[in-house]
Design a binder for this molecule. Sequence first.
Ligand code: UD1
Ligand code: CA
Length: 453
Amino acid sequence: MSLGVVILAAGKGTRMRSALPKVLHPLAGRPLLRHVLDAAEALGAARICVVYGHGGELVPGAFADAAYAWVEQAERLGTGHAVQQALPAMTGVERVLVLYGDVPLIEAETLNRLVADSAETALGLLTMTLDDPTGYGRILRAGDGRVLRIVEHRDATDAERAITEVNSGIIVAERDRLADWLGRIRNDNVQREYYLTDVIGLATGEGVDVVTAQPERLEEVAGINDRIQLAQLERYHQRRRAECLMRRGTSIMDPARIDIRGTLECGRDVVLDVNLICEGRVRIGASARIGPNCLLKDCEIGPGAEVLPNSIIEGARVGAGARIGPFARLRPEADIGRDCHIGNFVEIKKAQIAEGSKVNHLTYIGDAEIGRGVNVGAGTITCNYDGAYKHPTIIGDDAFIGSNAALVAPVEIGPGASIGAGSVIVKDAPAGQLTLARSRQVTIEGWQRPRKK
Ligand code: UD1
Ligand code: CA
């Protein structure tokens, strides 16, 4: 049976106190609404429609590349009214599931269960039981347990307020019947709003059996109204991801101090020290170790590699057994071979460094191709930019670059060549020989310092 998903996202988000619409605030590095859209996609929804309002075109603009329907709810007249605005976009679907742009951690598994459990009836409802149900719509049931209707907190009597089973807001309904019920709800309540929840009473009045399901964890249905709740849900979400990694064989020194904003895949026995931030797609091979305070973005760390503290690796690849840092910065297209050592205060951009080479201290390597077993001395700089163009530096296997050399590109250092410390190399240096490009040291005999008379 084909399913359509309506996501309500027209709320003002006043308590965020932000210029950014609430549903665009990030959780795990991605907009809240993105999480909900992903859940809808995971269900295989035939149509997805987002009802937006506050923030204008910023909201649809943030997801312009995908084929969702966007409906603007100019006036916020209630959840029932909001769903009604989306129904014309729900063509060719038999059932409609209602989700919320500010309830980001709802899991497709829970939704699938709700949709499956209620397949035989016109209405399914996700409910939960809370110690403190204040503010929520209460589920009223008959003596035999059948759902009768929902009463909103503000419209409820004291006796009804004592009920602890509440409405999560998530419902699934037959599209055509939902359209009919929504056409009949009224706004004669305390908030003068058209309540989606009034549909329940109309349905049961027609003899519809309402099926309920519960989420496995309450955080799945937690809505975000302010930045405190956002931060709490972020920590919850990160904790879950950390636990998932630990279950699969990764050691995490402190699961409260890791942030995965994208995907992180780890081989067995990877060790992650504190304050790691991962962005985009990160893969870490078996037994690799990541030291404290590292930022890894869209990169691949080979098995057994070691990233020492305070290193930043972005768009780069690190070979097996290599050692990076502390305080190293690998920029896009840095490709570090197996067993290489890249040391402190070394920056590498768009450069291939082959197996076993060492660049240990205070160096910039850009637009370069470095062979195997090369030793690049402290303070070496590839002068790759002439102010208009970038030029390549090529260094052959087993070359030795003395400290503080400036390699003015384009330039090639032959295999086995040695470059004297402090040289400014502007021409190719031949293989196997020592090349120096610096003034000779002289001592002036009998020279005396000037002295005051
Ligand atoms: C709603 C439910 C309540 C449930 C609670 C769970 C109704 C009437 N009540 O109450 O039973 O326990 O959620 O959190 O549905 N929205 C729009 N357009 C509107 C109104 C709301 O897009 O015109 C969106 C809001 O952005 C928000 C969501 O719908 O994300 C819920 O609306 P809100 O008014 O906050 O409903 P609650 O009072 O929380
Ligand atoms: Ca709410």
